[in-house]
Design a protein around this ligand. Sequence first.
Ligand SMILES: [Zn+2]
Length: 401
Amino acid sequence: MLDVALLSVLLVAIAIGYGLGYHQAGRRRHRSQPPSAPSQALSRDYFVGLNYLLNEQPDEAINTFINVLAVNSDTVDTHIALGKLFRARGEADKAVSIHQNLLARPALSQHTNEQIQLELARDFMALGVHDRAQRLLNTLLEHSSNDELRYAAKQLLVDLLEREKAWHQALEVIQPLFKQHPKLRRPAAHWLCELAIEEISEASRALAKKHLKKALQLDESCVRATLLLAELEMDNGHYGRAIGRLDNVPRQELAHIPTMLPALKNAYLRRNDEAGFEAHLYRLLEQAPYTSIIIALGQLVHQRDGVDKAIELVGERLRAAPSLGGLDYLIDLYIESQRLNGKSSPDTRLLLLKHHTDALLLNRTRHRCRHCGFASDALQWQCPSCRYWGTIKPVIGVEGE
Ligand SMILES: [Zn+2]
C-alpha cells in the first residue's frame, strides 16, 4: 500500500517528469537536433527514481530526483516542493539544505528568493531553531513588498512568538492585522490574559486588570478574561462585583456556564447569600438546562430541605434534560434517602445502577475542542492539538452537561 508520504513523492516525481520532458522538448526545439547524451542520462535517472518509488523506497527515490534535477527557473518550484516534503516527513534538516542550496543560486527572481526564505524559516521552526527563523522572518518583513508573502511571514512570526510566550511582541505583530483579519482578535485576547496572569503572580493587579479589560475590548466573548476579572474582584473582597462579572458569561458563551459555576458559588457563599445563589441558578437554568446547574441546585435543596425535596427537584429537572451525570447524582440521592429511612444497606438494584453510571462517567470526555475534536479532561484555553485558542469547551449533551 502506498502511504501518504509516498504519494507526495509520486506527485513530485510527476512534476519532475513533466519538467524534464518540457526542458528536453525545449532544447530540441531550439537546437533542432535529437536529445543529447546528458538528457538521456537524466531520463534514465528519472526512471531509476521512479523505480525506487514503486518499490516503496522513498528515501532513495528522493535522493535520485534531487541529483538529476538541476536548479533553474523551471525546476525551482519542484525543489521547493521537495523541501516541503522533507519537512513534512520530519526531516527538516534535509529541507534546510535544499532551501539553502537554492538561495545560493544568484539568478533567482526577488519573489522566488523571498519564497525560499519563508520556507527556510519554516524549516528552522520545525527544527526548533527559533532565533534563526525569527531573523529570517524579520529580514523578509523589512524587504518584501509582496502582501501575500508578508502576511504569511507575519503569521509564522506570530506562531513563533506564541511558542516562545513572547506575548508583548506577538501582540505588536498581530495588532495591525485586526482590521483585515478580525479572527485574530481571539488569540490576541488570550495573550492579554496570559500577560494578566503573569502580572497577578507579580502582584501587579492594576496592570493585570488593564490587560483583561483590553482583552474584552478585543474580543467581547473572551470568557477567560471575565473569569480572571471576577477572580481579581474576589481577591479584593468585592463579591458582588465578582458576581456581576460572572453574570456576563452566559451572554459570552453558554457552554461555559459550567466553567464559571464554582466561582459563582464561592462568591455567593462568601457573601452569605444562599437565596441569591438559588435565584441565580434558576435564572441560569432558564438559559441552559445543564447538569452542573441542576446538581448545584440539588445540593442546595438537599442541604436546606432534605433529601426527598432534592430528589423531587432533580428528578423533575432531569426529565426535561436527561444526562448521565444527573442520573448518577439522582441515584446518590436515592441511596441517601434509603439510608435515612432506616434501611441497613441500599437496594442492590440501585447499587448496580450506580456501578454502571460510575463506570460510564469515568470514561466520558469532559471537554472537547470544537475545532479539531481533541478530547481533554481539564479545560485548556489553547488546544494542544490544533493550537487554536478558546475552542475547548465543556461537552454538552447526555454524556456531558
Ligand atoms: Zn483543537
